[in-house]
Design a protein around this ligand. Sequence first.
Ligand SMILES: [Zn+2]
Length: 289
Amino acid sequence: MKKIYLILFLPLLVPQVRISDEFPVEKHCSITYIANDGFLIDTGKNKILIDALFGNIDGNWCEQPSDSICKLMLNGISPFDNINLVLISHRHADHFSAPMVITFLKNNIKTSLICPRQVNELLQQQTGYNSVASRIISIDPGKSPDTLLSINNTAIRVMKFSHGKFMIADSITGELINIHEDVENIGFIIHSEGFALFHSGDNTSVDPDDYLLYNIKNTAIDIAFFDKMFIRQEGMHIVNTQIAPANMVFMHIGPEQTELLRSVTVGIPEIFIFTKSTETRIYHSGISE
Ligand SMILES: [Zn+2]
């Protein structure tokens, strides 16, 4: 009787393991810091540039790419060769330069661009726009606050997020006005080769409803890029309750703030702050194919 019992149940004792689980394929996602909110994301076959094509800003209030890095980007020279996709969060000069984007698209004929309508309107004023227009996907966040796209081997979710406030006093009435009220700012969830990355441009967590609305925590985010303002208590509350990413990168950090913010986050391995343009960090994943 005992023998029969063993025979009957033997198959259940064999570990139910798929071959792919026995030999998980370790994947790599390389993140290279360009400047400000600008990064190169490389997941092996796909390369994505986000908020990186800008420069020559008069002033030192933000980090910006050097002339030599701009030259490499514009000409598609390694590590900026074979870029599948360029993403732009909003129209501000520390996130995009219209002449540079047109030049980039002219030089890199396989690259597509996703940007908000206001960015597209500035691009339309540039000479040469018509020759690259077919590769530009313009999002109207008013009409499409949550859009799913699949383009050049990459699935992208595009969402509308409020831009951080910048209050100035009206010169006549003294009334405080948010001069960024009308800026169309879009964020992205990028699915590339097993990795999910989140970038919300210049959202500064002033409106927690943005995050409640989109149920972002239903997606397992591997790497999330946040404005430095998220380091505040209410920002981290949103990060932990609404997004819960495995890793975080804080960005939009002025030249004199980097070391201070890095010291605040020392000892928290999930958080990283880049300090130098072209600095690269590799993220690993054991996700099976
Ligand atoms: Zn901005």
